[in-house]
Design a protein around this ligand. Structure first.
Ligand code: DGY
Length: 393
């Protein structure tokens, strides 16, 4: 699968639907490559860093080649060859995993300062209220594009003067009910244009996101581990601690027993019951808090094929639509170490789901049917890792 999606120095997430290099997909792909071709794994990460901006940001897509079949390309973003937003920063975690798997530390002196700069960019550019958490500037920056939490803030985006464009994704995924809606695409496009007008600053959308904050907190710990090995001091450990405090002080809801999102522009909390509300489990939280989150997942995310991306009990759950209900392999991988009480365990359930239904982008949590893009890179890469970690056979 990975060899089929290999474009020489980077791996496309899915050949027709996503024909470029996506940042978090690429980090997950590298973890897969590490299990059978370590040199190729390191190349994947090094190629990702060729797209780094002078201000430190790792763009969410690198357009190494032109492809008229993908929208929006660099012309629409008004950039040379990358997008202008980032994605959940899993690259430090991936690099640590590469070191663990391959035993090779020789790339760390070059990579560590670049990773450090990409993390500092999030703290500098994505925390408008200075609360020690991360606010995404576009739903695409969250990785969970059409998750119900974005509905209210997206509906506040000014769409009175929409740019003209033609969607390409629905031509690839024939069933439009598995993709975001046309109205959402207009909103996505308007935010892209507003960010360009803001000189590639944050633009009009700023929503604090517990998933991205937790991933960065964990990535900071992993960066501290890497920088110790490279003997290059960073402030990553202190930043991880600040993010964990920001998460619990700013985004934890004691009554709900889970994390919430916060629209910084409208000063409004968003409490949908979605997987991101529990993802802080990945950030090594205090035991009582983690226990509460696990209990919430066990109670409200029950499914034949866990974990659905939105609780089936939430009124906005949709079984087949992208990030509004289906089960995804990457969120399962992020949580597999922390979620217990499913039978079989979450790692085994994840590998079984892919083995029985194919390397799809996401899966119906009830029937297991594969949905979205085909030949999806991280569905293969992360299963390899779950098996190698001993979480599945
Ligand atoms: C897409 O093309 O659907 C992507 O998720 C945007 O990054």
């Amino acid at each position: 699968m990975l060899r089929g999606n290999d474009r020489g120095s980077y791996t496309v997430p899915s050949p027709r639907l996503y024909p470029h290099q996506w940042a978090w997909d690429s980090a997950f792909a590298a973890i897969g490559w590490a299990h059978f071709d370590p040199t190729r794994a390191w190349l994947e990460i090094e190629t990702l860093f060729t797209g780094q901006w002078p201000d430190g940001r790792i763009p969410h897509i690198l357009f190494h080649r032109r492809d008229a079949d993908y929208f929006p390309g660099p012309d629409f973003w008004q950039t040379e060859w990358t997008t202008s937003i980032s994605q959940p920063p899993v690259w430090a975690t991936a690099v640590r995993r590469l070191v663990e798997i391959t035993g090779d530390e020789s790339r760390l002196p070059a990579l560590t300062p670049k990773i450090d700069a990409s993390h500092r960019w999030f703290h500098d550019q994505r925390d408008p209220l200075g609360v020690g958490a991360i606010a995404v500037a576009h739903p695409w920056e969250s990785g969970l594009d059409n998750c119900p939490v974005w509905d209210a803030p997206m509906n506040r985006v000014d769409v009175s003067n929409p740019p003209s464009f033609e969607r390409r994704d629905t031509g690839v995924v024939g069933d439009a009910s598995q993709r975001p809606t046309d109205d959402q695409y207009v909103q996505y496009a308007c935010i892209v244009k507003a960010i360009a007008r803001d000189d590639f600053g944050p633009g009009p959308f700023a929503v604090y996101d517990p998933l991205v904050t937790a991933i960065l907190a964990r990535a900071e710990e992993d960066l501290a581990w890497l920088s110790a090995r490279a003997a290059l001091p960073t402030k990553a450990a202190a930043r991880a601690e600040r993010l964990r405090r920001g998460l619990t002080n700013h985004l934890y809801d004691e009554d709900l027993g889970r994390f919430v999102y916060h629209d910084a522009r409208a000063d409004e909390r968003i409490t949908c019951d979605v997987i991101g509300a529990y993802l802080p489990l990945f950030a090594n939280l205090d035991a009582p808090l983690a226990t509460r989150l696990r209990a919430g997942l066990q109670e409200r995310f029950r499914a034949n094929h866990p974990l659905p991306s939105t609780s089936p009990l939430d009124p906005l759950f949709e079984a087949k639509r992208y990030w509004r209900g289906p089960t995804w392999i990457n969120t399962n991988w992020l949580l597999a170490d922390d979620v217990c009480g499913t039978d079989p365990g979450l790692g085994q359930a994840t590998v079984d789901l892919v083995r029985d239904n194919g390397f799809y982008e996401y899966f119906d949590a009830d029937t297991g049917a594969g949905l979205g893009g085909e030949s999806f890179t991280w569905s293969a890469a992360l299963c390899l890792d779950l098996i190698a970690r001993g979480d599945a056979t």
